[in-house]
Design a protein around this ligand. Structure first.
Ligand SMILES: *Cc1c(COP(=O)(O)O)cnc(C)c1O
Length: 362
């Protein structure tokens, strides 16, 4: 069978070794004679597993001890509600929402149910190139309740690599397609959240890393399953957690540790995305109009100058084992999502195909 390289934006590909481990564990996890899916989340073996998962995450991201790690449900979109519900009270000013693309805008639209967010547009264009204002040029309000932003816009293919550094302000980051792809300084944030199905496993579980003083803020009207205080008090087991997703995240963290950790994978991710952008920039058929400093190393978008070739490119790439390259329906074009699990061989195969296709039809 030909090797398939899956460029899906999420749920996304998993490392082969993780899939093999799941298969090996499936009927008989830890010698218990049953699957991890079939035991109680209060079982001692499961409790030990989740402790290990939290420790691995803390090691990988060097999470300071005054931060709690929560494993939540409801995806990143659940956090679009949880953040304002937990952080706002009747004395709060409105929060600032940095708009850099589709997902940061979706977060702001959800927040409008609870407050009147200050919308800060940082999407700009110069000389025909799209770019994102760097954080020190963001026009932040005087005393926002918090500042929400999205470092990697999964659909637009843009990224902000500079970390916002703002004294005494609560920065909330939607890291759904960025967490664990490059090293970050957790201390700069009030809350970091990410749903798992891009870089941390499969859908169903959402990571929240929260500075512990922010746990006290939630109002009593918050739905309990979104209430950080309650989730923290119950060690993310207020209600039945998605145990299988949690377990898969654990395998991914172990895999990442074996790969050499976050700084190592960051280096590899840069090599991978540079190769792909170089191919696009050197071509007369493909183009990407995003400023180099804001090009995502996770979601590489590109378009074809000859629109008549779009369907053919999709069909032929698929037939060559390169799956899910079509861009998101709202932006069109193509997108190669190349999260941590995408091996460099997959990038090379894609480049080989792109060059072949251009030579043949371009
Ligand atoms: C995928 C994604 C989301 C949505 O995640 P769900 O788990 O489907 O709610 C939100 N923000 C970003 C940046 C994403 O990439």
């Amino acid at each position: 069978m030909k090797t398939i390289y899956n460029f899906s934006a999420g749920p996304a590909m998993l490392p082969l070794s993780v899939l093999s481990q799941i298969k090996k564990d499936l009927y008989n996890w830890k010698g218990l004679g049953i699957s991890v899916m079939e035991i109680s989340h209060r079982n001692e073996h499961f409790l030990q597993l989740v402790q290990e998962i939290e420790q691995d995450l803390r090691d990988l991201l060097q999470i300071p001890s005054n931060y709690k790690v929560l494993f939540c449900q409801g995806g990143a979109r659940g956090q679009f509600s949880a953040v304002p519900i937990n952080l706002l009270d009747e004395f709060s000013n409105n929060p600032d929402y940095i708009e850099s693309g589709y997902w940061s805008q979706a977060a702001r639209i959800e927040a409008e149910k609870y407050c009147v967010p200050n919308i800060i547009n940082v999407k700009k264009e110069y000389n025909g190139k799209k770019y994102i204002l760097s954080p020190h040029n963001w026009k932040i309000s005087k005393r926002p309740a918090y500042i929400h932003y999205c470092p990697n816009e999964t659909i637009d293919g843009t990224a902000v690599y500079e970390e916002p550094s703002m004294d005494n302000k609560i920065i909330v980051g939607d890291f759904s397609s960025a967490l664990l792809s490059s090293f970050i300084n957790v201390k700069k944030y009030g809350i970091i959240y990410a749903s798992a199905q891009k870089n941390i496993g499969i859908s169903g579980i959402t990571l929240v890393i929260i500075r512990d003083d922010l746990l006290k803020k939630s109002k009593n009207v918050a739905p309990s399953i979104l209430d950080y205080k309650i989730l923290s008090y119950h060690n993310s087991m207020f209600n039945t957690p998605p145990t299988f997703s949690w377990y898969v995240s654990g395998l991914i963290l172990k895999w990442l540790k074996n790969m050499g950790g976050v700084k190592k994978i960051e280096f590899i991710n840069k090599v991978k995305s540079d190769l792909l952008y170089k191919t696009i920039d050197n071509s007369d058929l493909y183009f990407n109009d995003i400023n180099h400093l804001n090009r995502s190393n996770m979601n590489v978008t590109f378009r074809l100058l000859n629109k008549n070739l779009i369907d053919l490119f999709e069909k032929e790439s698929f037939n060559n084992g390169l799956h899910a390259l079509r861009g998101h329906r709202i932006v069109g074009g193509f997108r190669a999502s190349i999260y941590n699990a995408m091996p460099i061989e997959g990038i090379k195969e894609l480049i080989k195909f792109m060059v072949y296709f251009e030579n043949k039809y371009g």
